[in-house]
Design a protein around this ligand. Structure first.
Ligand code: SF4
Ligand code: SF4
Length: 385
């Protein structure tokens, strides 16, 4: 039985995954753009568009995740409102993209979490926080919780290492399965094809440099003009904040990974010295993650109102704020770890981290997953011609 058969046996109708209204609007504007083609050099969407004459639901899922919502084509468009054609490509894609997150979500019944997502993320993070703080207070005496603990193993006087490590292992196992299933749904729905390692290299380069936020389709360098902001001036700020957020997240992930190697490989327990690798990676990662998420928050607010779609705003802001809080409390923990506030700060930080990872497959984080899949598919299409 094929994957599609399996999905359809689950009650999934791949032909109608996306909201028909959002799909039809994307198909309508793409038909107009295909006749016009003025924006051909702006980003990868337009070359992909020219390879199609009709736009089915799979194409809409693919193209909407290839779009970065930079707004360049809206600002350049002679058919944008108030023109009777009313072409607004970024907004049409934003609506379809938000639908696609729900459409590819696994397990299917949790797809509804993408609706009212801002509220869901807030509740998920708060729940993780309340549970962790409550669990710690229930497990240990107040004198330990509010005590000063110094040296290696200090964190585990507040929460035993087995508990601290088991919770993320269970959450990660679920998150990885959800991501793999979401990816498979996206890949089959859009009809994407894998055509070799060179596509993977190209997609990694485009992601690492945020090429399409450079204001044209080939800019891997930061001297590129950038994308229009709310005041119609081009700027690279959005690209820079995106990169800080992505690399900050990766450095924090590397810090945790190195810490795990220290623990199991060398028998060394956290917290580590200020100049040891896990702390250096976490500190640098945390600082640039704070700057990146704060910058994205303000850039999102500055984005021209016409290119946003209200269905995704709550999700965007909730994700940015929760990621900022995770990184900020990590830095705060470093600052107070040798004081009596360590217990409370550790509980708050871990609660935010657990809540954040639990909601990951139903948050804006999936943007990175499907965007990378779209870049991979685009690299293959470009190579095949
Ligand atoms: S967005 Fe407007 S100007 Fe650009 S290709 Fe489409 S119709 Fe033409
Ligand atoms: S990435 Fe920018 S230029 Fe390309 S379709 Fe989206 S909004 Fe338009």
């Amino acid at each position: 039985m094929s994957l599609i058969d399996n999905l359809e046996a689950d009650g999934f109708d791949l032909k109608t995954l996306l909201d028909p209204k959002a799909s039809q609007e994307v198909a309508r504007v793409m038909q107009i753009c295909n006749a016009c083609r003025y924006c051909e050099g702006f980003c990868a969407v337009f070359p992909a568009m020219t390879r199609r004459r009709h736009f089915n639901e799979g194409d809409v899922g693919y193209l909407s995740n290839l779009c970065h919502n930079c707004g360049a084509c809206y600002h350049a468009c002679q058919y944008a409102p108030p023109h009777e054609f009313g072409v607004n490509v970024p907004q049409a894609f934003a609506a379809a993209r938000n639908d696609s997150y729900a459409a590819y979500a696994w397990p299917g019944p949790l797809a509804g979490l993408f609706r009212q997502n801002g509220l869901f993320v807030t509740l998920g993070i708060s729940g993780g926080l309340a549970l962790t703080v409550g669990l710690m207070l229930a497990m240990i005496a107040p004198s330990l919780f509010w005590g000063v603990h110094l040296g290696e193993g200090a964190f585990y006087k507040i929460m035993p290492h087995t508990v601290m490590a088991t919770i993320p292992i269970v959450i990660s196992a679920f998150v990885i399965v959800a991501f793999v299933m979401g990816w498979r749904r996206y890949w089959h729905h859009t009809g994407a094809k894998w055509s070799g390692m060179r596509d993977l290299v190209d997609a990694v380069k485009a992601s690492a440099s945020m090429r399409h936020l450079g204001g044209d389709s080939a800019s891997d360098v930061i001297s590129a003009p950038g994308c229009p902001s709310g005041d119609d001036q081009s700027s690279n700020l959005r690209r820079i904040y995106h990169q800080l957020t992505m690399y900050g997240f990766l450095l924090c992930f590397a810090s945790t990974s190195v810490g795990t190697i220290y623990h199991y490989g060398f028998g060394r327990e956290a917290p580590y010295g200020y100049f040891e690798l896990p702390v250096v990676l976490g500190t640098v990662g945390g600082i640039i993650l704070c700057i990146g998420t704060a910058g994205l928050f303000f850039e999102k607010r500055r984005l021209h109102p016409a290119v946003k779609h209200e269905s995704g705003l709550g999700m965007d802001y909730a994700f940015i704020v929760s990621l900022f809080l995770v990184s900020f409390t990590g830095l705060l923990l470093l600052a107070v770890r040798e004081t009596s506030l360590m217990g409370l700060t550790l509980a708050v930080h871990l609660g935010l981290v657990y809540g954040f990872f639990l909601i990951l497959p139903y948050s804006k984080f999936v943007h990175g997953l499907y965007r990378f899949a779209a870049l991979l598919a685009s690299a293959g299409e470009t190579r095949r011609g």
